[in-house]
Design a protein. Structure first.
Length: 450
């Protein structure tokens, strides 16, 4: 049985749609971190888990308790098992530290005072606050108050501990003390769901990171998994010696991960494999010279273009091929799964030309075949071809219309696509994309194929 399971959960505040069709399952033994901008629904989601916010639609099971539709009386057993650490501590100002920690175990669990104080000592020592047991909250720093709040939650012998931005109200010098306690809890195997903006901490302790926006789950992972090319200089290239990636598309993927505040994991793709890997959910998105076409838009979501290019031909200088007409009846190499063959065929019909085609799995295979004269030309986008030019080869002038590259997501993931589209639009306007072009000495066509 899952520790927490959301099924089709909806939450409204009047007309405001705070949670939209939430479907999540948290297992025991996990530390889950919720990330996202203010107003994304993180705090609302975490507060539904112990019934502080009611669920309007759907099912929410927490440790076997149905929270959706439960009365306050029905929630009493749940709240014995689920503790919560609030942003603003919620300590009783007129009670001592020891009294704050023992109150709930005595009143809710029915534990006698002596046993409750013994338990309180254990957890106050755990958070290094036993020496403050007789102090009142007003005498303590924010970090000390938050550590007491954690001890109070632990004293209830909770199955699950919820943290709602536990460090956001703290001074920078006290944040580390609270995070150190939470890190100890994670190490000891405490089930925790945490809303936080402490990204380094989140990456260190989380078994799972969930990014939310506008009340929806956009990414549910510890890594953002992005399909990228590994054989395209200036776009997606993996150095065979160091294993490091470079190129406009790998850098763009890193920018997305930084916005989502998650780690990135690159998965090498080709024109042939990028679609199936996305379909099978082995990648979250493709940033892999994926040309936007009407046909492809029926299968996938595309963002606004981040690059525009036009196809071209790379030929051996020794072949003395100067223009496309010289390729009539010749063999042209193209990448498997690309639209280049179709574009060349359409252009050939307009000019009364016919070509033979060879499909190969990678660009290095194509350039090797060109150098070995097994093909007469290698055709792909001109910016990609520029990474393979040498003293032995030449780029032909051509008559191809420019086309666009977009970031690609599954058709069903419209929320993520909308989020990415907003990022691409922003980066286009603020000059971030231009900086990428300049970094790799790329010049987009005025109006990308693959």
């Amino acid at each position: 049985m899952a520790l927490v399971e959301f099924k089709n959960v909806e939450k409204y505040y009047g007309d405001y749609h705070a949670l939209r069709n939430i479907n999540l399952r948290f297992e025991k033994g996990q530390v889950v971190v919720l990330l996202g901008p203010s107003g994304s629904g993180k705090s609302t989601l975490i507060r539904t888990i112990n019934g502080l916010e009611a669920v309007d639609k759907g099912s929410l099971l927490v440790n076997g308790h149905q929270v959706a539709g439960a009365s306050q009386k029905d929630l009493v057993p749940l709240r014995k098992e689920v503790g919560m650490v609030f942003q603003h501590f919620n300590l009783y100002p007129h009670k001592t530290v020891l009294e704050n920690v023992t109150l709930a175990p005595i009143k809710v669990l029915g534990i006698d005072k002596k046993e409750a104080e013994k338990t309180a000592q254990k957890y106050l020592e755990f958070v290094n606050m036993w020496d403050k047991k007789d102090s009142y909250p007003a005498m303590l720093s924010g970090g000390q108050k938050q550590r007491i709040a954690i001890a109070r939650g632990l004293a209830m012998h909770t199955e699950l501990l919820l943290f709602d931005e536990p460090t956001s109200a703290l001074d920078p010098e006290t944040i580390g003390d609270v995070l150190a306690v939470m890190q100890k809890l994670a190490h000891d195997g405490m089930n925790m769901i945490i809303v936080t903006h402490e990204m380094g901490f989140a990456r260190e302790v989380a078994d799972r990171i969930i990014f939310m926006a506008d009340g929806e789950v956009l990414v549910d992972t510890t890594d953002l998994v992005v399909g990228v090319k590994q054989d395209v200089p200036n776009f997606g290239y993996k150095d065979p010696k160091t294993g490091t990636y470079s190129g406009i598309e790998t850098d763009l993927a890193k920018m997305v991960a930084d916005e989502l505040k998650v780690k990135i994991r690159y998965v090498p793709v080709t024109a042939q494999t990028r679609g199936p890997l996305l379909d099978n959910e082995q990648v979250d998105m493709d940033i892999a010279t994926f040309t936007i076409t009407d046909e492809r838009k029926k299968l996938y979501n595309f963002t606004s273009p981040y690059y525009t290019d036009a196809s071209g031909f790379l030929v051996n200088k020794s072949a003395k091929i100067k223009k496309i007409e010289n390729l009539n009846g010749k063999t042209i190499g193209v990448a498997q799964g690309s639209i280049t063959q179709r574009l060349i065929t359409e252009l050939g019909k307009k000019k009364g030309l016919k070509f033979k085609f060879v499909e190969l799995g990678s660009y290095p295979e194509l350039i090797t075949s060109l150098h070995a004269h097994r093909i007469d030309a290698f055709s792909v986008d001109r910016s990609i071809l520029s990474g393979y030019t040498s003293k032995r080869t030449a780029l032909l002038d051509d008559s191809f219309k420019p086309s666009d590259y977009g970031i690609v997501t599954k058709k069903s993931n419209t929320e993520l696509n909308d989020y990415l589209d907003n990022l691409v639009t922003k980066w286009s306007k603020d000059g971030s994309l231009q900086k990428l072009y300049d970094r790799y000495k790329l010049k987009p066509s005025s109006h990308t194929a693959d």
